[in-house]
Design a protein around this ligand. Structure first.
Ligand code: NDP
Length: 277
């Protein structure tokens, strides 16, 4: 029986088992997907012994994505661009392979929910400069965005990210984030603000065009205060759950040999679990 897992510290909150076990059951596959809580001091040894532990591969979540990239024998273009991996598998020779599917997950969901997001090439405003923001900026650039405005509380982090991305991203100070919304076609919250247990995102939407799309990558709660405010003024919205579901697809295919689909039924199943939390 093929076994995969999600590795994190902590890992209890991870919804990945819910998603992969749903697909295993749906397709009648013999397989298992487990949670592995691995402290930072033990991550290298754990990854080196993944095969001995009976795993064909793994997802990797905070804080181990950079360590997973560093431990891999080979990394694909997406993981190399990010310097971080969220999907690992052992190839036929037993070498540890790494990918990063976060950018893919974000852009696939955005293209499905709002296929016209880049039609008139208006600026895209991204808030946040952490690991998730980096994936989102990659996804947006790969998806054709030509004009991205980035704002983050710690400006140096935003500047560093803009530099890595090669000058196609303009940084505006965090204090000016409200003004930056004027004329934009897509706003993405890639900070952790709005997440359960964190303060809400302090943002005034007055300058945001009425038809601009508002996306939030926070998925707990599913409807954040940002998405609520956007809906109240009639802006189309895209929530964070789709990214989570789509980023899981390539890993499942690698480990279990079948490309699963993100269906409304899977979405409802995971959303119900989020609502219980
Ligand atoms: P990081 O810790 O790497 O980054 C956090 C970001 O939030 C930084 O930009 C940080 O700014 C900002 N931030 C945190 N607190 C504040 C505050 N009080 N005021 C202003 N800015 C703040 O986290 P990640 O990038 O990994 O994750 C961010 C969010 O994205 C999380 O909520 C996570 O759950 C979600 N996520 C969703 C995914 C999905 O599939 N939908 C996938 C991955 C993540 P600063 O740099 O100044 O500290």
């Amino acid at each position: 029986m093929k076994r995969a897992c999600v590795i994190g510290w902590p890992v209890q909150h991870s919804r990945s088992p819910l998603i992969h076990r749903y697909w295993l059951k749906l397709h009648g596959l013999e397989g298992a997907y487990e949670k592995e809580a691995v402290p930072p001091a033990e991550i290298d040894a754990f990854l080196r012994s993944l095969g001995e532990r009976g795993y064909v591969g793994a997802n990797v979540t905070l804080p181990h994505k950079e360590a997973a990239f560093a431990a891999a024998d080979q990394a694909d273009k997406a993981a190399t661009a990010m310097g971080a991996a969220n999907t690992l598998w052992l190839d036929a020779e037993g070498r540890l392979q790494a990918s990063n599917t976060d950018a893919y997950g974000f852009i696939t969901h955005l293209n499905q929910q709002a296929p016209d997001w880049n039609r008139d090439r208006r600026p895209v405003v991204v808030l946040g400069a952490g690991g998730a923001a980096r994936a989102i900026l990659r996804g947006l650039l790969d998806g054709g965005a030509s004009n991205i405005v980035l704002s983050n509380r710690s400006r140096d982090r935003a500047e560093a990210l803009a530099e890595i991305l090669g000058g196609r991203v303009a940084v505006v100070p965090w204090e000016d984030r409200d003004k930056a919304l004027a004329g934009c076609g897509l706003l993405v919250n890639a900070t952790s603000l709005g997440m359960t247990g964190k303060p809400p995102l302090d943002l005034c939407l007055a300058a945001l065009p009425a038809d601009a799309i508002v996306a939030d990558i926070v998925y707990s709660p599913l409807v954040t205060s940002l998405l609520e405010a956007a809906r109240a003024r009639g802006n189309p919205t895209v929530d964070g759950l789709g990214m989570l579901l789509h980023q899981a697809v390539p890993g499942f295919e690698r480990w279990f040999g079948l490309r699963p689909e993100v269906t409304p039924e899977l979405r409802a199943y995971v959303a119900a679990n989020l609502a219980e939390a």
